[in-house]
Design a protein around this ligand. Structure first.
Ligand SMILES: Nc1ncnc2c1ncn2[C@@H]1O[C@H](COP(=O)(O)OP(=O)(O)OP(=O)(O)O)[C@@H](O)[C@H]1O
Ligand SMILES: [Mg+2]
Length: 318
């Protein structure tokens, strides 16, 4: 698949001397949903702001659809829609005026039918004549999305699209993102919510301290780094793991009613068969077996281990 965005050795040192990006290279594939995952201050917004031409890079290069974002800014920018992290609407304008203006700013001919379709899709049509200040926070965020889409961009950046958004709207947004992707739009979203990346993304990049730690297909990532756990529910509880089983990676759970065996799912020899045979020899009867794949959350926490403690809000992305 061809790249729609190419980022090469991108670095950013702010005037304060703070190095927010330390040589990031990345290719975004046409038509994918890419999630950029990282804790506060990792450099996500800085990266997006450079690609969208809002912040100047200190070094490196960014191409959007083969246009250099510095030398061919207007061409590159016209391909991009940006939903910023901060709310940036003019509070006194109406919804309709705001969205119309955004299209005009990109030099596109008026298209009222398109605007109606976008506003309806975002459940904003009924609010089209309201002033922005009369909308709720979630609605204001949806106006930002309408503004970002109205010039029909090929790439949509969503910087923390679901921060502070209720569960229903979050689900609506996910559905909308998928529809856009089905219509050929490439989506790059940033998030703290591991669950959101896990749910939405085709590929995931993990960034911390201005460095891209990893970029991987979600499925490969889960397979490559994921471990499996086998939970063995015992007929009779035990107080300790028999010495004969000490060679297996076992822990006791559920007040001695369960043994948990952790293994590498990608190994051909998982040791499960051995373990079950040995349980039988030890006279340990079991009534149930249950296996589970480790989540992206486990993978992510593992990745950042040894670095500064990640400040991620886990499990709020339902
Ligand atoms: N204009 C600026 N001047 C100086 N430092 C800045 C500026 N903007 C951002 N930074 C610093 O750069 C680092 C990266 O910030 P950035 O906004 O890119 O992080 P982020 O990954 O988007 O974080 P969050 O999840 O909180 O949105 C932070 O340490 C931040 O304080
Ligand atoms: Mg940010």
């Amino acid at each position: 698949m061809s790249a729609i965005i190419t980022v090469r050795d991108l670095a950013k040192t702010y005037d304060s001397g703070f190095q927010a990006l330390k040589g990031v290279s990345l290719e975004i594939r046409r038509g994918e949903i890419f999630a950029l995952l990282g804790p506060n201050g990792a450099g996500k917004t800085t990266l997006i702001s450079i690609v969208c031409g809002l912040v100047n890079p200190s070094a490196g290069q960014v191409l959007v659809g083969e246009h250099d974002i510095v030398r061919h800014y207007r061409k590159a920018r016209s391909l991009i829609g940006l939903v910023p992290q901060e709310l940036t609407n003019n509070m006194f304008d109406t919804v309709l005026a705001t969205v119309r203006l955004s299209r005009g700013l990109f030099g596109k001919a008026p298209d009222e039918a398109l605007i109606e379709r976008i506003l309806r899709e975002l459940s904003l049509w009924d609010k089209r004549n309201e002033r922005i200040m009369a909308l709720s926070g979630g609605m204001k965020r949806r106006v930002l999305i309408a503004k970002a889409l109205v010039h029909e961009p090929q790439v949509l950046f969503l910087d923390e699209p679901t921060a502070g958004v209720d569960v229903e709207l979050r689900r609506d947004m996910w559905a909308m993102v998928r529809r856009l992707r089905d219509n050929g739009v490439t989506i790059i979203l940033t998030t703290h919510y591991i669950e959101e990346a896990e749910e939405m993304a085709d590929r995931i990049g993990v960034i911390n301290h201005g460095e891209l730690l990893l970029v991987e297909d979600k499925a490969t990532l889960m397979r490559k780094l994921g471990t499996r756990q086998l939970t063995i529910q015992l007929q009779q509880p035990i107080t300790e793991i028999p010495a004969a089983l000490a060679c297996h990676a076992l822990t006791l759970a559920d007040e001695g009613h369960a043994l948990v065996y952790t293994f590498d799912a990608k190994c051909e020899q998982t040791g499960v068969a051995d373990l079950l045979r040995q349980l039988e020899r030890e006279g340990l009867e079991f009534k149930d077996l249950h296996s589970s794949q480790s989540s992206l959350e486990d993978i992510f926490v593992g990745l950042l281990q040894g670095q500064e403690q990640p400040r991620l809000r886990v499990g709020e992305g339902a």
